[in-house]
Design a protein around this ligand. Structure first.
Ligand code: ADP
Ligand code: MG
Length: 505
């Protein structure tokens, strides 16, 4: 302990030093007095002279403040600090006067063209500032990258949540998706549709129409139907997609739309439409393979008109739904659901109507309906395309023919016997026109000869068949305005009650 305190004492005294950088009061006598604990210093530095391209050497002598004020610190770490060689001493009075100092020029010599005197110290300051600036920019970039990555992850997580939510629920993933995106009721967000389309695996072809091939496919283990449009049928894809995306279009008796996607460039375009899959296939296929009970007939006919009534109806809420006419109603464009109800499909020819704007929106599409099911006014071209009602009435004509196809397959008991009867499956006018009838063939039968499908006697033995046969006759009335509306038919059919066994009660 003792030597330490002695040292402290020794440093605490003042010292007289030689100076040429003197405090004002001692300029004349070239000596300065340090503060207690201070030291004397001698320094040498070079100042660059751009004219001679050499360093002018300058010597400085003086008093250094004590260590606590930064003085001795400078002395300690000062060797060639900033191109200045400083030495300090506190060994006695004027100890700095005969100190040996040598000057070493910095390794980088400023360019001769440089007219300003730049010392090493300002280089270091500049470098420090520059590195601080670079650090700040780097820091900002890192913060930005982190923010952008975080935001992207969040968006992705939300989408994945939307797509994945089905796993935690007893409902199917698709059901959940639709529940979550209730919004405007016009289908899933386009991004989600695209994602679904990318995750589809086609399994087997289940049907083929004029405009595309329909496949059974899987989306996350869930069966879905994928209509792959023929490459020339872009207009049909566009129209059908547009109709399915119509606000408030979803209905239990309209095929459930899931997603649409178009991809590819140049000459080859892939167009998909993804919908609910119905294993029973089309009504046409179903009736060929099954006979149906009166109760099933009522269910099929009633649900078909419920779907059509929804389609035809204009809803005036905000957002509202335009009235839509299908224009290609036939048994091949109607699907049979597992619960025995119909779902209307294939909207590639549909037209929309908005009464407020009095605007009929017909797609710029060369497609025409199916000749066999064409109403007389379509065949004789008397249909007024500026009147939306006329499209709805043409739909009703076709529905009448579909009722006829259904009714033939409805099994009834022959009165007084235990035997049952039904007709074979047949297309309307099957015995009147060839398999792919021309306009002329149909015009001749429907308009000229005014022939309609025959109503068998036995249909009078069963209430639903009786009611339905009256309805179909009204549906295919030659005068469009005399036909029933979908809503009217729906009401008539819902009045018929059946017991559980399939008998009308
Ligand atoms: P196109 O526009 O080419 O006529 P459709 O949409 O009418 O195509 O479909 C053609 C056929 O594919 C239908 O008649 C039916 O047999 C079958 N099909 C269509 N959609 C489905 C579906 N969602 N589930 C099962 N089968 C379907
Ligand atoms: Mg079709």
């Amino acid at each position: 302990m003792a030597p330490k305190s002695r040292k402290k004492k020794a440093h605490a005294k003042t010292l007289t030093c030689y100076c040429n950088v003197c405090p004002e009061e001692s300029v004349d006598n070239e000596k300065c007095e340090t503060r207690p604990g201070g030291s004397c210093f001698a320094s040498v530095r070079g100042i660059y002279n751009s004219t001679t391209n050499e360093y002018d050497v300058e010597y400085e002598y003086g008093c250094m403040p004590p260590e606590q004020s930064g003085g001795l610190l400078q002395c300690r770490g000062s060797l060639y600090l900033a191109g200045q060689n400083i030495k300090c001493c506190d060994s006695g009075e004027f100890c700095n006067q005969n100190m040996e100092l040598e000057f070493q020029a910095p390794s980088t010599t400023p360019s001769p063209s440089d007219t300003q005197q730049i010392d090493q110290f300002s280089y270091n300051q500049l470098a420090l500032l520059l590195s601080l600036g670079v650090c700040a920019i780097l820091f900002l970039i890192i913060v930005l990258v982190v923010l952008v990555t975080y935001r992207r992850r969040e968006t992705k997580r939300k989408q994945v949540c939307l797509l994945e939510s089905g796993h935690s629920s007893h409902l199917s993933p698709l059901n959940d998706l639709f529940e979550q995106s209730s919004g405007s009721g016009s289908g899933l967000p386009l991004l989600v549709q695209r994602t679904i389309a990318k995750q589809i695996q086609l399994e087997k072809s289940v049907g083929r129409g004029r405009y595309g091939e329909v496949w059974l496919a899987k989306w996350r283990e869930e069966p879905v139907a994928v209509k792959v449009f023929f490459t020339t049928e872009e207009a049909s894809w566009f129209r059908e997609t547009e109709i399915y995306q119509t606000v408030l279009m979803r209905h239990e008796n309209i095929l459930g739309f899931i997603a649409a996607d178009i991809s590819g460039t140049g000459s080859y375009t892939r167009m998909f439409l993804i919908t609910d899959y119905h294993e029973n296939g089309s009504l046409h296929d179903y009736l060929q393979m099954h006979v149906i009970s009166p109760r099933s007939l009522q269910e099929l006919a009633h649900s078909l008109t419920a779907g059509l009534a929804h389609l035809h109806m204009e809803i005036f809420s905000k957002p509202g739904k335009p009235a839509i006419s299908h224009r290609d109603i036939k048994s091949r464009n109607i699907l049979v659901k597992r619960n025995g109800q119909c779902a209307i499909a294939d909207f590639g020819l549909a037209v929309k109507y908005n009464s407020e704007l009095d605007e009929i929106h017909i797609a710029p599409n060369t497609r025409v309906g199916t000749r066999r099911y064409m109403a007389p006014e379509v065949l004789d071209e008397s249909l007024n395309p500026t009147q939306f009602e006329s499209f709805k009435l043409a739909d009703i004509y076709s529905v009448g023919l579909v009722f006829w196809e259904m009714a033939r397959r409805c099994v009834t008991t022959i009165p007084g016997t235990k035997s049952t009867a039904c007709e074979d499956y047949a297309l309307p006018y099957h015995d009147m026109v060839p398999s792919d009838p021309s306009f002329e063939d149909m015009y001749d039968v429907v308009c000229t000869q005014k022939i309609r499908p025959p109503i068998p006697e036995r249909w009078q033995d069963e209430e639903i068949l009786q009611v339905l046969s009256k309805i179909m006759v009204e549906c295919w009335h030659p005068k469009p305005t005399a036909r029933l509306t979908a809503l009217r038919i729906k009401k008539s059919l819902s009045k018929i009650q059946t017991d559980g066994s399939g008998h009308i009660v």
